[in-house]
Ligand binder design. Structure first.
Ligand code: SAH
Ligand code: F3S
Length: 478
């Protein structure tokens, strides 16, 4: 009898030890939303008894939060997975999970294609992780890629990973209904749904209580935010007029956040031109704590290409929107996303893109070669017929032109004062701080007696195309 008891205790001990010592390691790829999602995942997995580690070698569970936006992003993840083979040989109990867009796109095919993978979880299924982890620890593989109509993780308090303690992302919408023909996101992240403003405010309050100074409200299409008590954006038309009246759109949400947290810096991303309203721009201009910066992807300067991309706005409409922004907020920083080499893009189309850039002179931008994604409309209907060499040349022209415009923009700041939130040490020198001005341009300056998390005024005295360099002249009163 006593032997039995001993065995039982031993078992209990081992189980307890296992629970205490299990460690997870998480790595994120792709968009800001993925990084924010990883913080939700970290919270869910931690509540299941796992402790986070930044050391791969001591992990019992490795999670990769993956991106499918371009083929290159997927190849990076596959390479990374390969590198775990060695670790798995050393540690037979090590489990590897794939989360995010690649999980959603490839589903259980992943298990066949990458033998190293034990777990496949799509962006809407993270709450199922505790069950799925139990399954893989019992020696089975596990997959959940069910997309949801209402999951927003509003009730999960994210654990801030590798945070600077000053800036944080807060997601406000999930999914996208826009169906741009090149884009895999609507397939991997599902239909658009908005998060309850109460839970958004609660999360921001927690951040403010922990001394965070800036939040970025996140969504694939933030301007399309619409809270009417829950449910898909596409079902809004079916509700009563009374409920419609009391609904909260993005400009109202911005106002709510700005008024509730007057000392907090507020940013948002991403804005899609067809969904950005004048009300949003006016709200930005009415509140000092909403940063004068808009990321406004355009993808192309040619109407023919915009149409084939199903972007739902013309070049002229986009330029009108830019004009409205600049009229209401003359000092607004604007950045873009651009895709070059979309199917059938002619030299003329490409010239129109360069011409649009010349007209706007963006502060900065993110520029990509078109990458055909399986399952998208463009992937199915259009021939990826622009030669790689041509894509390369066009991309370089776009990048060079952007560098010229960025330089033009940063030079405009010389001799002026900008407000900077100090985020971290400059990468180039440990004697300098690094932060961003309202317009999202990086500013570096000598540390002196200032600290991370403080708002300071900086006089700009020189610049590169991407960075302003200056001297702090005192605290900025918030
Ligand atoms: N609305 C999203 C867009 C996500 S994708 C957001 O939150 O930013 C980011 C950018 O990747 C797009 O704006 C587009 O410029 C680029 N992109 C998307 N699909 C692509 C593809 N198939 N090939 C090349 N670039 C792509
Ligand atoms: Fe993709 Fe277009 Fe939505 S780029 S995320 S489908 S707005």
């Amino acid at each position: 009898m006593s032997v039995g008891l001993e065995v039982k205790n031993e078992k209990l001990e081992t189980k307890k030890e296992q629970v205490i010592s299990k460690r997870f390691y998480i790595e994120s790829y792709g968009c800001q939303m993925n990084f924010a999602d990883s913080e939700v995942v970290a919270s869910i997995v931690s509540n299941h008894g796992y402790v986070s580690t930044t050391d791969l070698n001591e992990a019992d569970l490795i999670l990769l939060n993956t991106c499918s936006i371009r083929e290159k992003a997927e190849l990076t993840v596959r390479k990374r997975l390969e590198s775990f083979n060695k670790l798995k040989k050393h540690n037979k109990k090590l489990k590897v999970g794939v989360l995010g867009c690649m999980a959603e796109r490839l589903k259980d095919k992943f298990l066949d294609e990458e033998k190293i993978v034990d777990l496949v979880v799509g962006p809407d299924a993270y709450k199922d992780l505790p069950n799925l982890i139990e399954e893989i620890n019992d020696g089975r593989s596990a997959v959940n890629v069910i997309l949801s109509k209402d999951e927003t993780y509003g009730d999960v308090s994210p654990i801030r990973l590798s945070s600077n303690g000053v800036t944080a992302f807060v997601s406000i919408t999930r999914g996208c209904d826009n169906m741009c023909t090149f884009c895999v996101v609507p397939f991997t992240r599902g239909r658009e749904r908005s998060r309850d403003p109460k839970s958004i405010l609660k999360e921001i309050q927690q951040l403010v209580d922990s001394n965070y100074k800036e939040v970025t409200l996140l969504g694939q299409n933030v301007d399309s935010y619409l809270w009417y008590g829950g449910g898909l954006k596409k079902d809004f038309g079916k509700i009563s007029d009374l409920r419609k009246k009391s609904s909260i759109d993005f400009s109202k949400l911005l106002k709510l956040v700005a008024e509730s947290f007057p000392k907090l810096r507020i940013r948002f991303s991403t804005s899609n031109p067809q969904d950005m309203s004048l009300n949003v721009i006016k709200t930005m201009s009415s509140y000092k704590n909403i940063c004068n910066y808009i990321h406004l992807p355009v993808q192309s300067g040619s109407d023919d290409v915009l149409k084939a991309m199903n972007r739902q706005h013309t070049r002229k409409e986009y330029l009108t929107l830019i004009k409205e922004i600049k009229t209401i907020i003359p000092e607004c920083g604007i950045s873009h996303d651009m895709i070059t080499g979309f199917p059938n893009e002619s030299e003329e189309d490409h010239k129109l893109t360069l011409d649009l850039m010349d007209e706007i002179k963006y502060d900065f931008g993110y520029m990509f070669k078109y990458s055909e994604r399986p399952g998208t409309y463009a992937g199915k209907k259009f021939d990826d017929n622009i030669a790689e060499e041509v894509k390369k040349i066009r991309l370089q022209e776009i990048i060079d032109l952007q560098r010229k415009h960025s330089s033009y923009r940063t030079n405009q700041y010389i001799g002026k004062f900008v407000e900077v939130l100090i985020e971290k040490e400059s990468k180039k020198s440990n004697l300098f701080w690094s932060g961003r001005n309202e317009q999202n341009t990086v500013v570096v300056f000598p540390k002196e007696f200032y600290n991370v998390g403080e708002f300071v005024n900086v006089e700009v005295n020189s610049c590169t195309s991407a960075t302003l360099i200056g001297q702090a002249t005192g605290y900025s009163i918030k």
